[in-house]
Each structure stands twice: as C-alpha cells, then as structure tokens.
Design a protein around this ligand. Structure first.
Ligand code: PMP
Length: 337
C-alpha cells in the first residue's frame, strides 16, 4: 500500500495482545499501538484533525504558523504534519518535560519556547503563554498564526470519534467489552466513548496521581493528591474535549503500580513504552478485575519509550524519585561479559 502523504499514514494502528496482564486477569487485554504513528504517539491523530479544521475554517492560511502549548507529543505531531503541508510551528513546552521530546521538536523544525511549569490558574502556564503568543504572532507573521488549543479545540476529540473509535469496533469485530485510558486533553477517552458507549461498551478513565479527574467523577470535586512521573496525562479541569463525557468506571493508578507494568512489558513482550502507557494498562487491569474474567478490554499504547530514555528508563532518575528500578536496567549483569 502506498500512502500519498504523511497525513494518510496516521492511524489504522494494530491491536497487540498484552499477554502477561491478559493471562493474569483471565481477560483479553489489548493495546492499540499508537506509538506506530509517524510521530510515534497517539497525538498525531489530534494534530492532523486540528490542522484540517483550521484549514477548512480559513483560519490557517498557506505558509501560516501553528502555535501550541504541549507536553510534547501534540507539538511533535503538529510540527511533522505541519512540515508536510508547508506550515511553520512554534511550540511552548514546560521545561520539566523530557529532553528527548524537546530534541525531537527541534528536529521536527519547531521553534521551541521552554517555560517553567506553572499551574493552569497562573497566567504564565504554558497553555496560556501559547495562547498569548499566538495572538501576537497573528499580527506579525506574514501568513498569520493560529492557536491549536488541543485542550479546548474539539477537533481533537473528533479525530477519535472518526478514527480511533471506529477502528477499535472494526478490529475487534464488535467483540469489545471495555475501553480505558488516561486523559491529558481527554480527546482520546471522550472521543472513543462517543463511539463505543452507544454500542454498549463500558468506557473507563484511569487517572494518574496528581490529576483531579478521579475525584471529580467519583465524588463531584476537582481535587488532586500526590504526583506522577508520567508525562502528557493528568488533567486538573474539565476541558472542552471532556465536556459531556461520563465514564462507566474510574480508578487511580500510582507510579508504583504503573512502572512495574511498563518494565515487564519491555522485558517479556518487547514493547518499550512511556509512562502513560503504564497508567493505561494499570487501569485496564483494574477494570478487568472489576468486570471479571472473559471480557475483552482495550487500552492505548500512547508513545514510544525512547522518548523517556533520560527519565523512566534511567536508573539514576528512578532512584532519585524513590521509584523501583528493574534489576536488568541496572547493576551487575548489564555489562557485556
Ligand atoms: N499519553 C501521552 C504520552 C500523551 O502525550 C498524551 C497527550 N498529551 C496522552 C497520553 C493523552 O491523550 P489525550 O490528550 O487524548 O487525553
């Protein structure tokens, strides 16, 4: 098969059976391999739909500039899709995000603006910073600029309504009982829910520590406790993409639960993933236990692990956070004999 351009190569990712967690729970737990997208993450889908919607509305003009605030993956998607269509990109990123994602953004041609991490209520939060920068660039860029606004632009959710949701239904021949993943913008979980819940599929939300959605859906209060090393997930507010979403199941997944899953996945199944994938699979295990054996539950394998070589896959980083270090990642036995 020949794709006529990069955009056409986004999506239609395979499902991979996650053998260890499936065998342990008696459910079929399947991962949608979103790391196989050209930008190596699930966010390529949202990036493409945001760009297409902005072109269709006339806001994004030929040679225009795309501005976004992002933990990295949406920016990588926007920069790569943007490059393939002749747009420039300016990406605002909290400087706490992994060096690998920043390097990839520069490689993808983005102008990178690193800002100190601030809560959403702060005027200098990366999203608000990006929105202001977009307004300024609209006046100075010769071909204009847009704010991609992944959190509150529902073209993001629409990508999953039109692609991820239908793909999951078709790939499982409708034999899917549950779907669960964590939320960053919420586009993935809410978009898939829009397609699968009306077909009787239960949709769950897995929340990392430090996010406020678990308490919101369970107790009606946006409240968070703790923290997580996972990147790209952990929302503190109801974004426009989450508006109207009603999960059938919610759970919290700690780093102590998520990390051993990610480490086992590489050691035993050859899948090298990022931290949010561990939260997703941890959530799938909890949902499997809640639903009981014999069910098929799908989750998202969000992005490729090489993006976190200096963090999640670095024993010194893990030790510094008092997190478990897999024996094979560290110490004796690692050297070539
Ligand atoms: N995992 C990773 C690594 C991400 O970058 C993101 C998006 N920021 C997500 C999960 C969550 O996806 P969504 O924005 O669709 O909720």
């Amino acid at each position: 098969m020949t794709h006529e351009n990069l955009a056409a190569a986004i999506g239609n990712t395979p499902l991979i059976r996650l053998n260890q967690v499936s065998d342990a729970t008696g459910c079929e737990i399947l991962g949608k391999a979103e790391f196989l997208n050209p930008g190596q993450s699930v966010k390529d889908r949202a990036a493409l739909y945001i760009i297409r919607a902005a072109i269709a509305s006339g806001e994004l003009k030929p040679g225009g500039t795309i501005v976004e605030g992002t933990a990295g993956n949406t920016g990588i998607g926007l920069s790569l899709v943007g490059a393939s269509m002749g747009f420039k990109s300016v990406i605002v990123i909290p400087d706490s995000q992994s060096q690998e994602k920043k390097d990839m953004l520069r490689l993808a041609g983005a102008t990178l603006v690193e800002v100190p991490p601030k809560p959403y209520r702060d005027d200098n939060n990366y999203i608000k910073y990006a929105a202001r920068l977009a307004t300024e660039l609209t006046k100075t860029e010769p071909n204009g600029a847009i704010f991609a606004n992944q959190f509150d632009n529902t073209a993001n959710r629409q990508a999953h309504v039109e692609t991820t949701g239908p793909e999951l239904w078709a790939q499982t021949d409708g034999k899917i009982d549950g779907f669960i993943c964590a939320a960053g913008s919420g586009g993935t979980v809410a978009g898939v829910a829009q397609v699968l819940q009306p077909k009787g599929v239960k949709v769950g939300l897995a929340d990392p520590m430090g996010a406020a959605l678990y308490n919101f859906y369970e107790h009606g209060e946006l409240k968070s406790e703790g923290s997580s090393i996972s990147e790209g997930i952990g929302q503190g507010r109801i974004t426009a993409n989450l508006d109207g979403f009603k999960p059938d199941f919610v759970c919290q997944v700690t780093d102590e639960e998520a990390l051993p899953i990610v480490f086992d996945l590489l050691e035993h199944e050859g899948l090298c993933m990022g931290g949010s994938t561990g939260v997703n699979i941890g959530g799938a295990v909890k949902m499997a236990k809640h639903m009981g054996p014999g069910h098929t539950i799908v989750t998202i394998l969000c992005d490729y692990g090489s993006r976190y070589q200096s963090k999640l896959w670095n024993p010194d980083f893990l030790r510094g956070k008092d997190l478990p270090v897999p024996h094979w990642l560290d110490g004796p036995g690692r050297e070539v004999p």
